[in-house]
Design a protein around this ligand. Structure first.
Ligand SMILES: *Cc1c(COP(=O)(O)O)cnc(C)c1O
Length: 409
């Protein structure tokens, strides 16, 4: 880390340093009230008439500190797909994080910040040939795999690459997004996959898994770490060079669930990897660093009154950054930006997104006070799988949504 404090390092980081950073006070107030004040001051400017975000950099510093406290021995390699905002990438790089990239563009974005290629894991088990050749050309030399075809392709396109075998952890996790239906070697596939790499002359440097995004049963980490140890032993039994990387993937949520997961992980690392002190343990958190640091304000652009029911149109929706509703099972609980008045009457309301598709509906049967065109609705915890997966459908472009950088203290 450069600079004398995490905050200074962050404010001078690539992706941040040439942008304006708005300071605001967290006070003794609840976080959400404090950020509302900042949102109001932005919305009050004449020129601001469409949905925007506030990204609180200080939140990332706090989360990074929390990670280091709870998982001291595990280097976070931020999963870029969760939210590729350059200021977030730059901030995390300044804090010393590595990166999980899944494509050429993601690798380019991270290298552009001055990150060493050795701090990048190419963590997409199935990679297009051209992207692999690009990784070879820039020296990103560590990539995951979970199929024999991938071994042959890596051998062909990037023969200097080392591999990480991605395994499917045990079932039983109650997760928001399950990745195990698509990725991860099954137990009976492990030895054939190790042998395939051995035959190809590619080194298998370690093992990875991903328990699923938003894991609420933290016990799944223990089972996955135990299974990973089994793979280390299988490789040794095949006479392969000792593995040196354990990648515990992502799935973490900020808050008490994180502390719980960390306790389970630390216990399992001690139990299954305590006698292998040379193993470097890394993680691939995405949601953990991004989700709570971003707040979105959408503008009411239309209204219809049908008896007691209120219908509103806002300028972000399911094809925009609220794509987290279908893609990430985000549960929207929008709140009016205007301060609530005591005893204020509420109405059963529907909130639509701006596109002409009726699927583009944000909430229905939702209680809101009377609102007018030009009012704002606030969506909290909007950093994970939001801006990253929006589209330009119907001419409403996700990239038109401004992100203001802020620093709370
Ligand atoms: C999506 C993904 C992550 C990040 O997952 P989170 O649940 O956001 O932490 C990490 N690793 C891989 C391989 C992924 O595909």
């Amino acid at each position: 880390m450069v600079g004398s404090s995490p905050m200074q390092a962050m404010l001078t980081a690539p992706g941040v340093k040439d942008r304006k950073v708005l300071a605001f006070k967290r006070d003794a107030l609840k976080d959400k009230d404090a950020v509302s004040g900042l949102l109001r001051s932005i919305a009050a400017r004449d020129a601001v008439r469409s949905a925007f975000y506030v990204f609180d950099l200080a939140r990332v510093v706090d989360l990074h500190r929390g990670w280091r406290r709870a998982l001291a021995g595990v280097r976070p390699c931020y999963a870029v797909k969760c939210n590729p905002e350059p200021a977030l990438l730059g901030a995390l790089a300044a804090l010393g994080a590595g990166f999980d990239c899944a494509s050429r563009r993601e690798i380019e974005a991270v290298l552009a910040l001055g990150v060493e290629p050795g701090s990048i894991v190419y963590a997409n088990p199935c990679k297009p040939e051209a992207h692999l050749e690009y990784a070879a050309s820039v020296g990103v030399n560590l990539a995951t795999y979970d199929s024999e075809e991938e071994v042959a392709k890596v051998k062909r396109c990037h023969p200097g690459c080392e591999l990480i075998l991605r395994i499917k952890g045990p079932d039983g996790g109650d997760v928001r997004v399950d990745l195990g239906t698509k990725y991860g070697a099954h137990p009976e596939e492990v030895v054939p996959l190790l042998r395939a790499a051995q035959r190809a002359g590619l080194n298998v440097a370690g093992v990875s898994f991903h328990v699923g995004s938003g894991a609420s049963n933290t016990d799944v980490y223990r089972g996955a770490i135990e299974a990973a140890r089994g793979v280390f032993d299988a490789a040794a039994a095949l006479g392969m060079p000792p593995m040196r990387v354990l990648d515990i993937g992502g799935g973490f949520m900020a808050g008490p669930a994180f502390e719980e997961a960390a306790a389970v992980i630390n216990g399992a690392l001690e139990k299954y990897f305590g006698e292998l002190p040379c193993v470097e343990v890394i993680g691939e958190p995405g949601r953990y660093f991004a989700e709570t640091a971003f707040t979105m304000a959408a503008r009411v652009i239309g209204k219809r009154t049908r008896g007691e029911v209120r219908e509103y149109w806002i300028d972000d929706g399911l094809y925009g950054t609220l794509s987290c509703i279908p893609m990430d099972h985000y549960v929207p609980r929008p709140r009016p930006l205007a301060a609530s008045r005591p005893g204020e009457k509420t109405f059963t309301s529907t909130v639509f997104g701006p596109t002409c598709d009726s699927l583009d509906t944000v909430v229905t049967g939702y209680q809101l006070p009377e609102m007018s065109v030009g009012d704002w609705l606030v969506f909290d915890d909007m950093g994970a799988y939001t801006t990253a997966s929006g589209s330009n459908f119907n001419g409403f472009s996700t990239s038109d949504i401004n992100i203001y950088l802020a620093y709370s203290s």
